[in-house]
Write a protein that binds this ligand. Structure first.
Ligand code: NAD
Length: 483
């Protein structure tokens, strides 16, 4: 891997400000999904080492929370500056380990950095309250205090931003963190640790542990010193971690899977809506919790929409994300290709129509060509499951009520998209959709100031905005009597 600063490619865990081997010498390879090449190796830590990371974070918490808030803010801003200054290397690392096209990786670095800046500034505004007293001769109020050590477990699809969205909020609140990145994409996390060290974040405040996912997560969930677990990943793993966290009554924040509906009303320009739907479906090769998976199109514009969608997707270039003008990189590994294949086979066996998608054109074994299915129905996997691949499914509807019923026919409730200019339809859908986030006539909705998160089995809690920092704060009520 060619980097301007090769020291950003770290192949050790980072605990208490030290780069650390696994005590038992176990390690695993990190693979470039586009080429199958080994990018490097990372250690698999032992249970005692994970506990050691928690201890380091617990010790560092005492000093970090006591730091004057403007000093904490300055260190986070220094981290932000370093992330921006090393954007090109961070993007190169990400494209190698995750596969997404380099321009998208640069965009993710920018997006990830923006949370660090926003929460650095927000650290100065974790205000408590003054409460008008109902008790004689007393003053009532609340203080906001950092909750303690935060365990942050993150997925491979956004290897940098899913860490900063949590870690910046936690550290701004005064918490220390132990990050467990996905095994597929550890190098982005380790580069963030290197930059945190250079930014003067004290030893023990930002730790990165590596190991067998189930082992590490269980240790973190069951350790009493960890006061909050923030997890982004799949719904089944989220459920498991919620259970494991019950024994220590931890605060838990879960950002889980999605199966977003994309509703196209009868009054919109089908071309405009189709271009937006392609953008919302194929980013990160469809491996995105916000991906427009169930595209619901009013019968009046259905056929024109399908034509425009197919035309636009035919122009998408598939290949190694390091090459120029690539739109869709590889899937994360071959299992994901097998899953996409089975989803398409299942849909075709149940009556879907294949409009586009010729897998013989795939440029390598981890690639899946963008695929369009129409006549999708509720009994198909492509409808029921979070498909996490460049497979798009379109379903036709006849009325607003039918569109709402179809959109809500899922255990997931992360994002929804609505395209219509009819204000009454907009309001009706906004109120009726079972989703934590609704984007209307746009596909861009995320960023530091907004509360990102889902309802139903898409999760608990919110990331970003004032709600995002609250996840790492306790409210302490006081009643000062005898006045
Ligand atoms: P995953 O659940 O397999 O893994 C997420 C993290 O959990 C990784 O660090 C992984 O190593 C760890 N893990 C995996 N299996 C585990 C186990 N048995 N016990 C403990 N830990 C385990 O998810 P993924 O495949 O990395 O990511 C894709 C999922 O993440 C999708 O469902 C996607 O929708 C979701 N996601 C959600 C958001 C959001 O903000 N809601 C954002 C990005 C991704």
């Amino acid at each position: 891997m060619k980097l301007e600063d090769p020291r950003l490619l770290r192949q050790y865990a980072y605990i208490d400000g030290k780069w650390t081997h696994g005590d038992a010498g176990r390690e695993t390879a990190v693979i470039d999904p586009a080429t199958g090449e080994t990018l490097g190796h990372i250690p698999l830590l032992e249970t005692e080492q994970i506990r050691g990371a928690v201890e380091a974070a617990d010790n560092a918490f005492v000093h970090w929370r006591a730091l004057r808030v403007d000093e904490r803010c300055e260190r986070l801003l220094a981290w932000y500056d370093l992330i921006q200054a090393n954007r090109e290397d961070l993007a190169t690392i990400m494209t190698h380990e995750q596969g997404k096209p380099l321009p998208d990786a640069r965009g993710e670095v920018e997006y990830g950095a923006s949370f660090v800046r926003w929460f650095a500034e927000e650290s100065k505004r974790t205000f408590g309250q003054t409460i008008p007293s109902h008790i004689p001769n007393a003053a009532l109020g609340t203080l906001k205090e950092p909750i303690g050590v935060a365990a942050l477990i993150t997925p491979w699809n956004f290897p940098l931003a899913m860490i900063t969205r949590k870690a910046a909020a936690a550290m701004a609140a005064g918490c220390s963190v132990v990050v467990k990145p996905a095994g597929e994409t550890p190098f982005s996390a380790l580069a963030l640790a290197e930059l945190a060290e250079r930014a003067g974040i004290p030893a023990g405040v930002f730790n990165v542990v590596l190991g067998e996912a189930a082992e590490v997560s269980e240790v973190l969930c069951k350790d009493e010193r960890v006061k909050v677990l923030s997890f982004t990943g799949s719904t089944p793993v989220g459920r498991l971690l919620l259970e494991q966290s019950a024994s220590t009554v931890k605060r838990v924040s879960l950002e889980l899977g999605g199966n977003a509906p994309f509703i196209v009303g009868p009054d919109v320009d089908p071309k405009e809506a189709a271009l937006a739907a392609v953008a919302a479906k194929f980013q990160t090769a469809g491996q995105d919790c916000l991906a427009a998976n169930r595209i619901l199109v009013h019968e009046d514009v259905h056929d024109a929409f399908v034509d425009h969608f197919a035309e636009r997707m035919k122009a998408l270039k598939v290949g190694n994300g390091l090459m120029s003008e690539i739109d869709i990189g590889p899937l994360i590994h071959h299992r994901a290709v097998e899953k996409a294949t089975s989803i398409v086979d299942d849909a075709l066996s149940k009556g879907a129509t294949l409009v586009h998608g010729d897998q013989s054109m795939a440029p390598g074994e981890n690639f899946f060509m963008p695929t369009l299915l129409t006549d999708v129905t509720g009994d198909m996997q492509v409808w029921r499951e979070e498909n996490f691949s460049p497979v798009a499914g379109i379903t036709r509807f006849a009325s607003d009520d039918e569109a709402i019923e179809l959109a809500n026919d899922t255990e997931y409730g992360l994002a929804a998209y609505v395209f219509t200019h009819d204000i009454r339809r907009i309001w009706k859908m906004l109120r009726a959709l079972g989703n934590g986030m609704v984007a209307i006539n746009t596909v861009k909705m995320t960023g530091p100031p907004v509360p990102f998160g889902g309802v139903k089995q898409s999760g608990l809690g919110r990331e970003g905005g004032t709600a995002g920092i609250e996840e790492y704060l306790e409210t302490k009520y006081y009643c000062l009597g005898g006045l």
